[in-house]
Design a protein around this ligand. Sequence first.
Ligand code: CA2
Length: 193
Amino acid sequence: MDGPDTTGPSTTGPTGTGPKTAGPMTTVLVLNGPNLQMLGARQPEIYGSATLADIAAACRDLGAQLGLAVDLRQTDDEGELIGWVHEAFERQLPVVINPAAFTHYSYALRDALAMLTSPVIEVHLSNPATRESFRHTSVVSGVATGTIAGFGPQSYELALRAVARQLNGGAPGAPGARSAPSASQAARAAERS
Ligand code: CA2
């Protein structure tokens, strides 16, 4: 499970078996950082027994219900991950991202995510706040719309639901950084549309 999913749709209109919601499907990039291809094989006591392929299938199923075409990717390479964030910027796509260990130290990833004007949901399978102290810092959280952690594979499903809500105007009373974009973010988004 790595690299762009070229088997699935990119951006597409509804099909006969497509979304229950009306209108074209929005592609959401579900990006995964280093070692997450090992899910299901190691440390099930921390990360559960589901594989990344299981998570991808569940995300695609839920995405179809929400009108989202899920493009799930994984890489161990920081540069490749940042390249995918640049792609999200160019295509103005929402992002769900489990940055794995990059969460805790990659300022380069943070800077890339900070460019986005689309929703960015940080997800974690485990709850890093309950683990070693080095995991208590996320350099990504401050530029994410929101963070969902500790629910195992369900974290991804909750994140997709959050994306769908954000694309429909956001949840009332939840003024996330990106549900109320800054003036400069809004200006950049307007320039590119
Ligand atoms: O809980 C999460 O989702 C994490 O992002 C997972 C990262 C960890 O560095 C973060 O602190 C929290 C680790 C991903 C490695 O995944 C493995 C899966 C199975 C076996 C070994 C590693």
